[in-house]
Unconditional design. Structure first.
Ligand code: ATR
Length: 278
């Protein structure tokens, strides 16, 4: 049997933790498989996807900035990925390339773990309206969340997200940052999907938490640093915090499941990520 090769298509990819956790999971599963990060320049996305077929790679992850661009070159795209408008996982099924998106569901699974109770009637505030927000909003709506509030610097982008939520029978409204800050006590869950606070700009925060109600879950998709300024402030004010490691690990685990049909050890993946992030 030939060694199965999996890849990450992104630019840059040098700091990615995906090779580490997937290679470890392949070893643990006793699979003859390797995962390699490929730095693909934006003008070479098409050639790279054709390369998956030519080289018979078994599957790929796709990361920034190629999650939208790869979609044009795949044979089939799963419904959730279509709704999100981005693909982060490709399965090579005998030469047919099928695109999935595990980011949103990965996030929702990490939130459910933290919450320990159903999400449906929770009052949720989403900060940001970019690609990451689209994954989260789509997955929350597909999960049956009844109502969402979105705040974003650029209002038009928030409005586009409202349409996605509404098409999935979730009520949604967009509000200003000022309004979100003054109504903060009303939310059960607050989710930062922007890059504000990400390394190296670790002294920035997307929202003031002055009016945070104790017990509120404050969640950040960022995992570098593991504890953003937003999460530190939330903890000081009695909030429950959820960092981005869980989402990262869950999206990887769900990709692994698409490729192999097996469930990797998520706890072990988490430990590897936390260990190497320090
Ligand atoms: P991603 O794929 O990580 O979501 P993106 O699609 O570029 O990246 O979206 C970035 C999000 O972070 C957007 O919501 C963006 O706000 P705008 O829609 O107004 O651009 C938000 N964002 C990034 N930097 C920001 C900043 N300095 N202040 C406010 N919002 C910011």
């Amino acid at each position: 049997m030939m060694t199965k090769v999996f890849g990450l298509l992104g630019h840059p990819v040098g700091h990615s933790k995906s090779p580490l956790i997937h290679n470890d999971a392949f070893s643990s599963a006793g699979m003859d498989a390797r995962y390699h990060a490929f730095d693909v320049k934006p003008e070479q996305v098409k050639a790279a996807v054709e390369g998956i077929r030519a080289l018979q790679l078994a599957g790929c992850n796709v990361t920034v900035p190629h999650k939208i661009a790869v979609m044009d070159f795949l044979d089939e795209i799963d419904d959730e990925a279509k709704q999100i408008g981005a693909v982060n996982t490709i399965v090579n099924q005998g030469g047919r390339l099928i695109g999935y998106n595990t980011d949103g569901r990965g996030y929702v699974e990490s939130l459910l773990e933290e919450l320990g109770e159903p999400l449906a009637d929770k009052n949720i505030l989403v900060i940001g309206a970019g690609g990451a927000a689209r994954g989260v909003v789509t997955a929350l709506a597909r999960h049956g969340v009844a109502r969402l509030t979105i705040t974003n610097r650029t209002l038009e982008k928030a409005n586009a997200l409202l349409d996605i939520a509404k098409s999935l029978n979730t009520e949604a409204e967009a509000i200003s940052r000022d309004d979100a800050e003054s109504k903060l006590g009303e939310y059960d869950v607050i989710i930062n999907t922007t890059s504000i606070g990400m390394s190296p700009n670790t002294d920035e925060s997307p929202l003031s938490l002055k009016k945070l109600a104790p017990g509120t879950i404050v969640s950040d998709l960022i995992y570098n640093p593991i504890e953003t300024k937003l999460l530190k402030e939330a903890a000081q004010r009695g909030g429950r915090t959820l960092n981005g490691v869980g989402m990262f690990v869950n999206q990887a685990a769900l990709s692994f499941e698409h490729w192999t049909g097996m469930k990797p050890n998520r706890q072990r993946m988490k430990e590897l990520v936390v260990e190497t992030l320090g």
